[in-house]
Structure formats: structure tokens, C-alpha cells
Write a protein that binds this ligand. Structure first.
Ligand code: 4AD
Ligand code: MG
Length: 465
């Protein structure tokens, strides 16, 4: 059979490029099939867009194969495009021929009704065939395109930093080890594991962030961005944490914290505008079924200036909020997600950039302020999702950085010589941040759980598919 001759449903329903009366061939999967005495209806989706197209067969007895066509089957339909008789879609197909390509077993679990997200996670191998997960998967692809377009148009070079790394960028110790040692027979030298005998001749991990390597490339190329998977072995079972997630990490030479905030705000607005303007099919669906306010929220955010709030001010606001928080608010303690959400949802009702955090709660690479107590950190907080971006101006002063690394108890400074070197040979003020791609998708779509914006999420005790 020749599968090259086909019309994608998006070409008919979205692009509106196919005139009525055209002969079309549709290749897709059956969402529903109903055969009556005089007429049969087969609703097909081919994944190219949200919408299904309905093929109508008069005199169904002429197509005995219809009996075997159940929800979930794959078919090839030939017919003529006509203006739809019924409500809903603009077009339908006056069916002439139908071939059953792949039969669906009657146990096919996605029947036409609403399934719970929990159930759908168990069948992630099939869930992209539902409206919701089809829409999430398509908008994720479109947003990835927008990310590249945004940076490429502004002179940023896309870099690919390593996935396997020997350093712990965030210093939080949430690392997945990469090793080929035989667990049953671990080599020992002087009473300790002999990492020299391991694959890389040293300990190695899956990266938690491409930042450190992106810094090296930014000082060489100017502006760069990294868009790749990162891994965290945090054992936190929340709706916003995944063990594997994608991060977009721009890094700019010749940039201070203000420039970093400007970029973060402009980039997010660009991404949101893109979703509103260039993904109407998906956004209409999310607005109808997932979050009625999704569109309004995004429009509001694109018009508002993000609030820029020093950490110290944030603490004052929270302390005098008269709110009963589960976690204590205290200068020096990290903001918990309840605090972040209070600031952005209740106080400012728009995105908030909190900056100048206490030195003690932030990683070694952030530039120390003149007060010696705070660092040039910034977190972008948005309603509902909380922290969506984390970033900073980097410490470019060699001596200050060495001092801070020692203070933080980093033992192997020799192993970090490459990172220190760029401060020794023509140091450059530079800044960057990381946007969690899944969190951005959650915010845009209104999806409430990170497990539902990645096709095959990885979370503690779950690496299936
Ligand atoms: O704040 P984080 O840890 O910052 C960094 O990793 C920096 N090195 C980035 C940089 O400056 N280049 O992570 C950045 C963002 C967070 O704001 C959040 O959106 C997301 O990554 N993120 C997670 N997303 C999903 N699951 C997790 N476990 C995440 N941890 C962080
Ligand atoms: Mg962070």
C-alpha cells in the first residue's frame, strides 16, 4: 500500500487548505465508530492536530470491514471532503473506501470517556492518543521551537553541555551516580571504593545543570544557551519535581543581575505570547478543559511588569502577613513553596523576581554582594507553579570564588581548576539562569502535575516505559 498519498487532518481543519469536493486519503486512528442501518460514522484522529475528522459511509453493508473497526484501530479512509452536515466540525468526509490497517483489541483502554490522570500515567504508552496528552505533546514541541527561535534570533549560540559530569553544580548532593563497577564485587583500595577502577577513572554523575560548562563557553562565545535534560535524585514526591527534566540555560558574558532579570522576563513573555498567538488549537483546548483562566492569566502576565523584590523585603512582607505558614519565615532560611506562592498569588498577583538571597542558602558560584551576607541570586516565581526560574550573576573574582568554595566545604578545588581558570585568564562579568521546561509547560497549559507534561516522566520509584 502506498502511504505517501495522504492528507493530514491539520491541513484540512487548521490550515484550511483543502477545498470541498477534493478526494482525500486519511491515515489515522479510530476514536469512535458507529454503524447504523443506513449509515456509519467513523471518527478519525491522525495526531496532526486536536480535531478529529468524521467519515460518513452510506449503505454500510457495502463495507463489511466496518464491523471489525473498533475504537483504537488504525485505518485508511478514502473519500470526498464535504461541508459538515452536523454541528461541531466544519468538514467531514463522504467515505468511499475504508481499509483496516491495524485491528484494535476490544480491551483497548481509551474508550470515549474521561479517564483519571492517575490511570493515564499507568498507560503512558497509549495516553498521547488522548486529546489532553496529544495537546500537551504538540505544544511541548512548539514551545521547544520557540525557545530555539528566541535565542537564535538574539545572537545566542546553542551549546550542548555534557550529560555525564564529575561535578555537583548545585552542591545539593542530589546526584545519580554513573558507574560500570560490578556491584557484587566492588574494587577496594586502602579500605575505600577504588573509583580509579571505574569507567571514567573517577566518580561520575548525571548532570544536575549544564551551567558550569555553559559559563566556559559564554566567556568564549558571548551569549550561549543550553537546552538539555538534567537529573536530580531528590526524593521529593511533589507535583512540581521530576527526577529527569529539561532545562533551558542561557549564559551571557558581559551581563550583571539586572541584565539577567531583563532577559528572564523578556524570554518568559515571548514564550507565553508564542503560546497564545501560535498555538490556538491547544490553548483553546486547555482553556476549555484544564484551566478556564489559562489564557487570561498569560495575557495578564505578558502585559504586567514582573515585580522585582529583594529577598530581605520578601521576608518582611511574609513576616507581617499574619498568615499561618507551615514553615517558619526567618531571614536566612530558604523560601518554601508556600511562601513563594503567597508572594506571587496573594501579594503581587503576578510574577515576582526575588533577588539578593542570603549567601548561606545559595550555591558557591553566585556573586557575593558588598554586604558580604547576600549573593546576586534571582528566582522567578509565578502563581500556581512557584519557582520557574533560578539564576544568578556569577562570581567572576578568582580570589573571592576560591574563598567561598572553601567556606562551602568543597574539598576538591584541584578538580575545579578548569572552572577557576576562566577567572584567571581574562575574567568577564557574566550571568545566566535556568528555566525548568516542564514547569513552564505546566504554567502555560494549566496542567497541575509535572508527571503529565512529560510523555514518560521519571520520579522516585517510577522509571517505567
Ligand atoms: O534553581 P535551579 O536548581 O538552578 C540551577 O540549576 C542553575 N544552575 C541554573 C542556571 O543558573 N543555569 O534549577 C533551575 C530551574 C528551577 O527554577 C525549576 O524551574 C527547575 O529548574 N527545576 C526542576 N524542575 C522539575 N523538577 C525538578 N526536580 C527541578 N529542580 C529544578
Ligand atoms: Mg532554584
Amino acid at each position: 500500500m502506498d502511504y505517501k498519498i495522504r492528507t493530514r487532518i491539520a491541513r484540512i481543519l487548521i490550515d484550511d487548505k483543502v477545498p470541498v469536493d477534493t478526494e482525500v486519503v486519511i491515515l489515522g486512528m479510530v476514536r469512535t465508530a458507529r454503524t447504523g442501518k443506513n449509515v456509519a460514522f467513523v471518527e478519525i484522529n491522525d495526531g496532526s492536530c486536536m480535531g478529529n475528522i468524521q467519515a460518513v459511509f452510506v449503505e454500510p453493508q457495502r463495507h463489511p470491514i466496518l464491523e471489525k473497526i473498533l475504537t483504537g484501530a488504525s485505518v485508511r479512509v478514502k473519500g470526498r471532503l464535504i461541508a459538515s452536515q452536523g454541528k461541531g466540525q466544519k468538514y467531514e468526509i463522504a467515505g468511499e473506501a475504508i481499509d483496516l490497517i491495524g485491528e484494535a483489541d476490544p480491551t483497548f483502554p481509551l474508550q470515549k470517556k474521561r479517564h483519571s490522570y492517575e490511570f493515564l500515567r499507568e498507560i503512558a504508552h497509549l495516553r498521547a492518543r488522548t486529546n489532553t496528552f496529544g495537546a500537551v505533546t504538540r505544544i511541548r514541541s512548539k514551545l521547544a521551537f520557540c525557545v530555539h527561535r528566541y535565542f537564535q534570533e538574539r545572537g545566542f549560540y546553542c551549546v550542548h553541555t555534557p550529560i555525564i559530569s564529575a561535578s555537583d553544580c548545585e552542591g545539593a548532593g542530589d546526584l545519580f551516580r554513573v558507574s560500570t563497577l560490578d556491584f557484587e564485587n566492588i574494587p577496594v583500595k586502602e579500605g575505600k571504593i577504588d573509583w580509579d577502577a571505574d569507567f571514567f577513572g573517577s566518580e561520575a554523575y548525571l548532570t544536575v545543570s549544564g551551567q558550569l560548562e555553559a559559563e566556559l563557553l559564554a566567556v568564549a562565545l558571548g551569549d550561549v544557551y543550553n537546552f538539555s535534560p538534567t537529573f536530580r535524585a531528590e526524593n521529593s514526591n511533589t507535583a512540581r519535581h521530576a527526577s529527569e527534566f529539561w532545562m533551558i540555560e542561557p549564559e551571557m558574558a558581559w551581563a550583571e543581575l539586572d541584565d539577567n532579570m531583563d532577559l528572564a522576563e523578556d524570554f518568559l513573555k515571548n514564550l507565553f505570547t508564542f503560546a497564545l498567538e501560535e498555538c490556538p488549537d491547544e490553548m483553546n483546548f486547555f482553556g476549555k478543559w484544564i484551566d478556564k483562566e489559562a489564557r487570561q492569566t498569560l495575557e495578564g502576565v505578558c502585559e504586567a511588569d514582573f515585580e522585582r523584590l529583594p529577598y530581605t523585603e520578601a521576608v518582611k512582607i511574609l513576616e507581617s502577613a499574619g498568615e499561618k505558614f507551615e514553615f517558619e519565615v526567618r531571614w536566612g532560611a530558604d523560601l518554601q513553596s508556600e511562601h513563594e506562592r503567597y508572594l506571587t498569588e496573594k501579594v503581587f498577583k503576578k510574577p515576582v523576581i526575588v533577588f539578593d538571597y542570603p549567601e548561606e542558602i545559595k550555591p558557591f558560584y553566585m556573586r557575593v554582594n558588598d554586604d558580604g551576607k547576600t549573593v546576586r541570586a534571582m528566582d522567578v516565581l509565578v502563581p500556581r507553579v512557584g519557582e520557574i526560574i533560578g539564576g544568578s550573576q556569577r562570581e567572576e573574582r578568582h580570589d573571592v570564588l576560591v574563598e567561598r568554595m572553601k567556606q562551602k566545604g568543597m574539598k576538591d578545588l584541584d578538580g575545579m581548576q578548569w572552572y577557576l581558570d576562566i577567572r584567571k585568564y581574562g575574567t568577564v562579568p557574566h550571568s545566566g539562569f535556568g528555566l525548568g521546561f516542564e514547569r513552564a509547560i505546566m504554567y502555560i497549559t494549566g496542567m497541575a502535575n509535572i508527571r503529565d507534561v512529560a510523555s514518560f516522566p521519571r520520579v522516585p520509584r517510577w522509571a517505567k516505559f
